[in-house]
Design a protein around this ligand. Structure first.
Ligand SMILES: Nc1ncnc2c1ncn2[C@@H]1O[C@H](COP(=O)(O)OP(=O)(O)O)[C@@H](O)[C@H]1O
Ligand SMILES: [Mg+2]
Length: 354
């Protein structure tokens, strides 16, 4: 029952593009793992477009965890996208720079640490605003430096925060200090609305996990403990099918808590910065779809029929016709079915590019 509720909450409508940043001042605590789980789960259960972006200035590992290791070094990176950003006018052009992990789009960071160190606030903002034109949910995995220029860009544009900690004294203190720093630097609203993910792949019987949980629960909106999982501990590519059920449940709970905050984002900072706050601009394919979708309830994800509704929103629900079919002779029924099939195919044809 709880699972069903979480799936329902995870699939809540976003009134425009929204940005979620996963952060913590401690390295190796589980930020990239949590970003990946969050991205994969949101993409799996939502009908819209979710993208995960690696803004780690120290050659992040998000793309490796989601797409596998790029042995040949041919994977497009955020730097390649930045170099071509002025030429991008359609979602299909943007997608050439993204990898796909299931339904989750992934933008890799620069693998040369010297180049990724140069990734700055205005560049992050340029990428995030470009993505906001074509995607609905942007998840940013960060490095440890809250004062790094790119991180400042992420914090300025973010609508929701996920803070990652672990049930150890140093990791819990570090997560607490992250919240203190954010509060002192004008992000107190983000802190009280944040979701804390406690990565339980390590711990000690001498550390009171309940007290850590209660501490963060008193400061933030929700706390979720991600259990240790043998598949995650390999540090390799994450495949949801290989995870244990408790890990999947916690990833879903985390996604539901994050999505619960989406309704605050009607006039999200990202939308304003991207110039989308007053409705989508003309141009992008996704923007046109979005304007056609406006005001219509979002259909649940996954089934092929429903995916068609997402792609072709202004055709309305396909009629099942079952009530009428019962009264029609077989010949007329088949002719009618063929007619309807032809008309659906004709309508879908211009949208094949997706
Ligand atoms: N829930 C978990 N279960 C098992 N191992 C985990 C879990 N979360 C993280 N790890 C391990 O911790 C390592 C570091 O995690 P990572 O997400 O890369 O941290 P960060 O991004 O904060 O540096 C991973 O390679 C993985 O082996
Ligand atoms: Mg990381």
């Amino acid at each position: 029952m709880k699972r069903r509720e979480w799936i329902g909450t995870t699939n809540v409508n976003v009134p425009g593009a929204t940005s979620i940043t996963v952060a913590s001042m401690k390295g190796g605590v589980g930020k990239t793992t949590v970003s990946s789980l969050l991205g994969l789960t949101l993409a799996q259960h939502r009908g819209d477009r979710v993208v995960a972006l690696d803004a780690n200035p120290d050659a992040g590992t998000l793309a490796d965890r989601l797409l596998g290791v790029d042995v040949e070094g041919r994977r497009p990176t955020i730097r390649d996208l930045l170099n071509k950003r002025d030429a991008i006018e359609a979602g299909t052009q943007l997608n050439r720079f993204l990898g796909l992990a299931g339904r989750l789009a992934v933008l890799a960071s620069e693998m040369d640490p010297a180049k990724s160190e140069m990734f700055n606030q205005s560049e992050y903002e340029a990428v995030a605003c470009l993505i906001a034109r074509f995607y609905d949910v942007l998840i940013t995995d960060s490095g440890t430096g809250l004062v790094h220029s790119a991180m400042h860009g992420a914090l300025n544009l973010t609508d929701g925060l996920v803070i990652v900690g672990a049930p150890t004294v140093d990791a819990a203190n570090s997560a607490g200090r992250t919240l203190d720093w954010l509060t002192e630097h004008g992000f107190s609203e983000l802190v009280s609305n944040a979701v804390v993910a406690i990565s339980c792949d390590r711990g000690s019987p001498d550390v009171d996990r309940g007290r850590i949980h209660d501490h963060f629960a008193s400061r933030c909106r929700a706390v979720v403990e991600i259990p240790a999982d043998p598949h995650l501990s390999t540090g390799g590519q994450i495949n949801l099918n290989a995870l244990q059920q408790p890990t999947l449940d916690k990833a879903l709970e985390l996604s539901a808590h994050v999505a619960e905050g989406f309704h605050h984002h009607a006039s999200s900072t990202l939308m304003k910065k991207a110039g989308l706050a007053n409705g989508p601009p003309a141009g992008g394919f996704s923007d046109r779809l979005r304007s056609r979708c406006r005001g219509r309830p979002r259909p649940p994800p996954h089934s092929r029929a429903v995916r068609r509704c997402v792609l072709v929103p202004d055709h309305g629900e396909p009629r099942s016709g079952r009530a009428h079919r019962r009264h029609l002779p077989a010949g007329r029924r088949d002719a009618r079915r063929a007619r309807r099939h032809r008309s659906w195919r004709a309508r879908l044809r211009p949208l094949r590019v997706l």
